[in-house]
Design a protein around this ligand. Sequence first.
Ligand code: DX5
Ligand code: ZN
Length: 217
Amino acid sequence: MALIAPSILSANFLNMEADINMINNSEADWFHLDVMDGRFVPNITFGMPVIAAMKAKAKKTFDVHLMIVEPEKYIEGFAKAGADVLSVHYEASTHLHRNLQIIKANGMKAGVAMNPHTPIELLADLIEDIDVVCLMSVNPGFGGQKFIERTYHKIRTLKQMIVERGASTLIEIDGGVTLQNAGLLIKDGADVLVAGNTVFSSPDPADTIKKLKEIGK
Ligand code: DX5
Ligand code: ZN
């Protein structure tokens, strides 16, 4: 059963409450929140105050994806803002293992996000310590981009590593997820599907979430 995580990046920022309620009342499992700093990625989104405001209305897990440099400086802040799962980028973490320890010490599940160019094998020495691997299937920074096909191979390699090591790590796919590729992603081992454009550009977002959920059943 795959978890569905609509990405707030594609929601209506002028009426966030309506989209939060839509997700609350839908079959979605998590809220996916993309934090960008204009340094790690060429875009800037929102930070702790906005997440804390949304948290007051949201009724599901907050999955916060940090696309920022020096994420260690803000781990405690995002815990206080309401993050339940916090992902830092592999490429932004000089001391990734330490970052995972700090995330867990702050009461959150620890995630590692990997850019499309980063070999998944680099996680071999700490896979047991990771709750969620957020595999980027587009270059991070923007919603609505085209899915990178090589991701299927990365999912299979990662799944094999997780099974061989007896780890309980979830595989999350972020970027370019559609109603067309969701089934193949789940077949290869995806546990969580992030979907921004596919959900929010559809005429009936709650129904699109339902359809994604059905594919994962
Ligand atoms: C991209 C973000 C994604 C984005 C996905 O940097 O990490 O979470 O919102 O958007 P879609 O589903 O539109 O590709
Ligand atoms: Zn994301």
